[in-house]
Design a protein around this ligand. Structure first.
Ligand SMILES: [Zn+2]
Length: 234
């Protein structure tokens, strides 16, 4: 009898773990980042890295980058294939600090790293990402050199105007970047589902994310193209 009870408990634990694992992985099956190449009709180059994109914006001889991918080696080999010199990246503009957006930061050793000032709490140990997990930048990154941007701050770099737009919810300081008021890079501020904008699957604060989505829906129509991190172009 006691063996039966132990078996039931073990089965229940295994089922719970399997359901949690499935819930964690399933949303990735519906992500559809752009292939690594120049994005048609633009001068932007997308690099596909597992389930997301990082984006390269030409700045004369140099580059600006939005987000930094999840796999340094894969990013490096795609950059070599597309003849992009990591040493010529002037700035990396992080939409937020989840692992799949920061892991290849060490490739860009000459770049200044930018993020919203509200995202600082995600990497300085003061706010948990989920349960006991905290976000952090790769070891070699000097967090003292990160430039933290207030909402709506414009950075002029490499001949471009990069405007930081705070859209919290996915993480506490998630941000989008408007480039020259022409292109909008939205990171994980939302999930795009057949052109419809909904809450991203791995969101910290759904209420805050919904408020941000209302703001985003008003913003999107102002731009020629809207680039998401996991769902291609809107
Ligand atoms: Zn994220």
């Amino acid at each position: 009898m006691s063996h039966l009870i132990v078996m039931y408990i073990l089965s229940a634990i295994i089922i719970v773990i399997a359901v949690i694992a499935l819930a964690a992985v399933l949303p990735m099956c519906f992500m559809h980042p752009l292939p690594s190449s120049k994005v048609e009709g633009t001068d932007i180059t997308a690099i596909k890295n597992r389930s997301n994109n990082l984006f390269f914006i030409p700045a004369g001889e140099n580059w600006l980058v939005v987000d930094a991918g999840s796999d340094s080696r894969a990013v490096q080999s795609e950059m070599e294939r597309l003849l992009i010199d990591a040493g010529k990246v002037l700035g990396v503009f992080l939409t937020h600090t989840d692992y799949d957006h920061v892991a290849s930061l060490p490739l860009f050793s000459n770049a200044t790293i930018y993020m919203s000032e509200q995202e600082k709490q995600m990497i300085d140990g003061s706010t948990y990402r989920q349960f006991i997990k905290k976000n952090k930048l790769p070891m070699v990154c000097d967090t003292d050199k990160v430039v933290y941007l207030p909402d709506n701050e414009v950075v002029e770099l490499g001949g471009h105007r990069m405007r930081n737009i705070w859209v919290p919810g996915h993480t506490k300081g998630s941000a989008m970047y408007a480039v020259d008021e022409k292109y909008l890079f939205t990171g994980d501020a939302f999930k795009a589902d057949k052109g419809r904008i909904t809450v991203h699957p791995y969101t910290m604060d759904r209420r805050q994310a919904c408020e941000s989505i209302s703001k985003i829906e008003k913003e999107c129509s102002r731009y020629e193209k809207v680039f998401t991190a996991h769902y291609g172009i809107l």
